[in-house]
Design a protein around this ligand. Structure first.
Ligand SMILES: *Cc1c(COP(=O)(O)O)cnc(C)c1O
Length: 436
């Protein structure tokens, strides 16, 4: 493979031309907001192709990729075995809208891997999975209120688009125009890693809270790990109050460990949402959990949820092959090793070049904040020097390193990343941070 990585004066004429045209065709020129690079400045590069740990833009610049299509590409982009399996599946058609053996196979793999999951329902995105799980939480408990955490993202459904106010915890106000207040009055928020705030909410809303939903490791406010005892505390509090604990493992599932964050931390939630990795790069989401709760889903039970393309054979095939590849022993040790090398290196370079920074990683998920830290929640994360992150991002891009275009997104490594890729990345980081 041709390597032309350290080029500080990349040409992006074609990217610019295509993105300029896109802005007339689609709001902001994109199909999902963060892709527009608004929070780091400059223009996004337009992708042409992806392979392994690399992406190529339409001007034929090559980059080492730490976004991995926002998580799914944990085996590396366009893994030959996934592509081959998809070729095979394509021959049989693209959608059935009917039961298929492939669904059983992936369902069994998910149930075997993820401790909390005794039954699973496939959907088409993480957003859908979280919407459905919320309805199920409410139906099962007969309660309407839920608790989410500030900075946690559970897709773009109305009920989750809530910004927490200042203070310990407040009733949710909608985060976006178009979300009616009535959609979020039952969404209570607390700061991540704050058990006291959660306890207070349960006391103020006795027998009214259906459950607590969270990213067990936050990735959507930058990378924030749970403090020791936080997940355990949530498990206890929800038990005591007859409420459900839901782990949104759309990002962490099959990434933190084969069995997700719940395996890593040994905490078993009642319900779990999944997505990203389990689709192997095709559109998939899933939710699952205790059999008695999942049995309430139609047509087994009265809670309605459906999908024309749900469980479609291409997505199931990519998911099955991706999980098979992940089962090889040593994979997660490798991911942890290279990712630790990356974050240790970045923090060391930041220190040596005089930048306040903190960050960390667990397995193949990482983050770096330009603030002294420590970062325990979104309030802490927001102290980051975001203009500096923007300059860092641009400098890295110019040196062939593609990082998530926001201070508040986690980074991802894959099995395709080599030690040499990490070395090249750190070399670029030293160069950029020296001039920041
Ligand atoms: C990405 C993500 C979602 C939303 O999934 P989509 O497939 O983008 O709809 C939900 N929750 C978490 C934790 C995520 O990271």
């Amino acid at each position: 493979m041709e390597r032309t990585l350290v080029n500080t004066t990349i040409k992006t004429a074609k990217s610019q031309e295509i993105f300029t045209a896109a802005q007339n065709l689609m709001p902001g020129g994109v199909s999902s907001p963060v892709r527009a690079f608004k929070s780091v400045g400059g223009q996004p590069i337009v992708f042409d192709r992806v392979n392994g740990a690399y992406i190529w833009d339409v001007d034929n610049n090559q980059y080492i990729d730490y976004v991995g299509t926002w998580g799914p590409a944990i085996c590396g982009h366009a893994h030959p075995e996934v592509i081959a399996a998809l070729h095979g599946a394509l021959e049989k058609g693209t959608s059935f809208g009917a039961p298929s053996l492939l669904e059983n196979i992936l369902a069994e793999m998910v149930i075997d891997a993820v401790k909390s999951v005794e039954m699973v329902r496939f959907v088409n995105s993480g957003t859908e999975a979280c919407m459905a799980v919320l309805r199920l939480m409410r139906a099962f408990t007969g309660r309407d209120k839920i608790i989410k955490f500030e900075g946690c993202y559970h897709g773009h459904a109305d009920m989750f688009l809530v910004k927490a106010g200042s203070g310990v915890a407040t009733l949710g106000l909608p985060d976006s125009p178009g979300v009616p207040k009535s959609a979020t009055v039952n969404t209570l928020t607390a700061p991540f890693n704050d058990l006291e705030a959660v306890l207070a909410l349960f006391e103020q809303n006795r027998d009214e809270i259906a459950g607590v939903i969270l990213e067990p490791i936050v990735g959507n406010a930058g990378f924030i790990a749970p403090d020791a005892g936080f997940l355990e505390g949530l498990r206890e509090i929800t038990h005591e109050h007859g409420a459900l604990l839901v782990f949104d493992e759309v990002m962490t599932g099959f990434r933190i460990a084969y069995g997700g964050a719940q395996e890593k931390f040994g905490i078993i939630p009642d319900l779990t949402t999944l997505g990203k990795v389990i689709g192997g790069g095709l559109p998939v989401g899933a939710y699952g959990g205790r059999r008695d709760i999942m049995s309430m889903i139609a047509p087994a039970g009265p809670v309605y949820q459906a999908g024309t393309l749900s469980g479609n054979p291409l997505a199931m095939t990519a998911g099955i092959k991706t999980l098979e590849l992940l089962q090889k022993s040593g994979n997660y040790e490798y991911l942890d090793k290279i990712t630790k090398k990356l974050t240790d290196g970045l923090l060391k370079i930041a220190q040596e070049t005089g930048h306040a920074a903190c960050g960390g990683q667990i397995s193949a998920m990482f983050g770096l904040f330009f603030t002294q830290g420590p970062v325990h929640n979104y309030e802490d994360a927001k102290k980051s020097d975001t203009p500096k992150f923007g300059r860092f991002h641009r400098g890295m891009l110019e040196r062939g390193i593609y990082l998530a275009p926001s201070q508040f997104e986690a980074g991802f490594t894959s099995l395709a990343h080599t030690e040499e890729d990490i070395d090249r990345t750190l070399e670029a980081a030293r160069d950029v941070m020296s001039g920041l």
